[in-house]
Design a protein around this ligand. Structure first.
Ligand code: HEC
Length: 503
């Protein structure tokens, strides 16, 4: 059976009547609205309802991250296949947009994003209003595939806070690694257990420690396989092992256990004698079909995708229009000659990331069909800002490139127009990014946020040290610290030039 609006439990009708009263009283209580409009299908505690018939919201990545994704789901509905935490549903969520005004959608999502272990910032009514207006002619429910293209999920690393240790030695059985000194230690920020990272071939061992976050209380199954030996421990207790030397085939094992929802201490021990080396570890909730892999399962020595470096050609800037880690979905990467790079967000009207050296590695997106966000390939990466840099109502009109590929982004704000241009400056020994902002038209002065993430310290009236960035110098007109941000106020007819300098 395909549950649809017709299969909503009858209780919903009764509950809706009480919500009407709450709305009349003017109280936008997100929790109460959730109970009225969502709990019948998604469960009182967001656990999904009716024996797993409806997908959960607790622990789901869908309502987290960029709120536009769930705003769209609430307004126009969702149909077709959707995967939540490794399990696939193929149902229909009816649109709620006609029933729920903007402030109620904002209140419900704020509640969902901060309840049952979910942790994401609240949603503003103005955001719902913007999305509703932008999608006004969408009359059919979204598909998951469409939404993922517009707002990819923030992928959680399989193991949080993962650290790897490498040991040198020759063993034919698992040694007691606690009595051996590690030859190398590294933080594995992608959260993936990988032997290749050790850069060794034979006669070595590895240990990984990190945190495994389990989504619900219940029975779990684990898959273990290795060439040569390995042991898996959770919360300090061995769960299973494949000991001795031998190929991976025919030595695969499964383990099981009951675990509480939440974080668990994970420890994996491994040694390689000679020949092939590989490790495979997966977990799943009992009854689920798919394993969640903690290891880079394929041939351990091969990287997942080739390096395809993108760089300026013939002194002309390079452009990267794909998901860049650290900025929004509509981030535009620009690699200027001389190794000065930045990513400009068309959602926030700002250069959100600036960095030096290598620009981007296109291998990941070009060979894996554009899944996930790729970080900058270079160094000295600075996160300049993460909120909207212009006042409400600003619109991105587009960008133009000059013959050298230097971009100018253009925005409208009421009756004014803001042009935001970039080029590389400095010398071989000191690289700088030169940004020119000019305001034209008939509107009033405009505040442009230069940073809302970095601590601001005045060096002079026109120069500011920003956290780990050496300085931004400008002016006149010069930016000023304001409410913990650095803000440039630009009057109509004015042009400001900012110089971003690294340490
Ligand atoms: C009539 C039942 C029903 C109601 C009421 C309902 N949903 Fe859903 N919801 C679903 C179904 C079914 C899906 C999966 C649709 C699919 O398979 O494509 C879903 C999917 C979702 C998803 C994405 C998948 C996930 O689990 O994270 C979110 C987010 C969501 N709903 C939020 C809400 C919120 C918030 C409300 C209350 C305003 C709500 N829904 C009301 C049935 C419902």
């Amino acid at each position: 059976m395909k549950p649809s609006i017709r299969s909503v439990p009858p209780a919903l009708g009764i509950l809706t009547a009480t919500a009407g009263l709450a709305a009349l009283a003017g109280a936008q209580d997100g929790g109460q609205l959730y109970t009225t409009y969502c709990a019948a299908c998604h469960g009182v505690n967001g656990e999904g309802a009716q024996n797993g018939q409806f997908p959960p919201l607790a622990g789901s990545p869908w309502p987290l991250g960029n709120p536009d994704r769930s705003i769209k789901i609430l307004i126009a509905g969702l149909h077709g296949e959707v995967e939540v935490n490794g399990k696939t549903w193929n149902l229909e969520m009816p649109p709620q947009g006609a029933m729920l005004p903007d402030d109620q959608i904002a209140a419900i999502l704020t509640y969902v994003r901060s309840s049952w272990g979910n942790k994401a910032p609240g949603v503003e009514t103005s955001r719902v209003k913007t999305v509703r207006a932008a999608t006004a002619n969408r009359t059919t429910p979204w598909t998951a595939a469409e939404l993922l293209k517009q707002h990819p999920l923030d992928v959680k690393p399989p193991v949080a806070d993962l650290i790897s240790y490498v040991y040198d030695g020759t063993w034919k059985k698992l040694p007691d690694f606690n009595t051996i000194k590690a030859a190398a230690t590294e933080e594995e920020h992608n959260g993936i257990i990988s032997i290749a990272k050790a850069g060794r071939k034979d006669h070595f061992g590895m240990v990984w420690e990190g945190v495994l976050d389990l989504p619900v209380d219940g029975d779990y199954e684990f898959y273990l396989a290795a060439d040569d030996g390995m042991r898996l421990m959770l919360d300090g207790t061995p769960l299973g092992e494949v000991d001795g030397i031998g190929p991976i085939q025919g030595r695969e094992k499964q383990a099981a256990g009951k675990f509480a929802k939440g974080p668990h201490k994970l420890r994996v021990e491994f040694f390689e004698f000679e020949g092939q080396e590989e490790i495979q570890i997966g977990w799943r909730k009992k009854g689920d079909k798919n394993w969640v892999w903690l290891t880079d399962r394929k041939a351990a020595n091969k990287p997942k995708w080739p390096d395809i470096m993108i760089e300026p050609v013939a002194e002309k800037a390079a452009i990267y229009r794909n998901f860049i880690k650290g900025t929004t979905a509509r981030g535009i990467g620009i690699g200027l000659p001389g190794g000065v790079n930045f990513a400009w967000s068309a959602d926030h009207f700002a250069p959100e990331l600036i960095w030096q050296g290598e620009f981007m590695n296109g291998g990941h997106h070009w060979t894996e069909r554009g899944q996930g966000y790729e970080p900058p390939a270079g160094d000295h990466v600075v996160n300049l800002s993460k909120g909207e840099a212009l006042p409400e109502g600003a619109k991105f009109l587009g960008y133009k490139l000059d013959p050298k590929g230097n971009p100018t982004f253009s925005m409208s704000i009421g009756k004014s127009r803001l042009l935001d241009s970039y080029k590389a400056g400095g010398s071989d020994t000191e690289r700088t990014l030169v940004r020119t902002l000019s305001l034209t038209g008939e509107g009033s002065a405009v505040d442009v946020v230069i940073t809302d993430t970095l601590p601001v310290q005045a060096i002079s009236s026109t120069e500011f040290a920003l956290g780990n960035l050496a300085s931004v110098a400008s002016g006149p007109p010069a930016p000023k610290p304001k409410n913990g941000k650095l803000v440039l106020t630009l009057a109509t007819g004015q042009t400001a030039t900012l110089l971003y300098r690294w340490k």
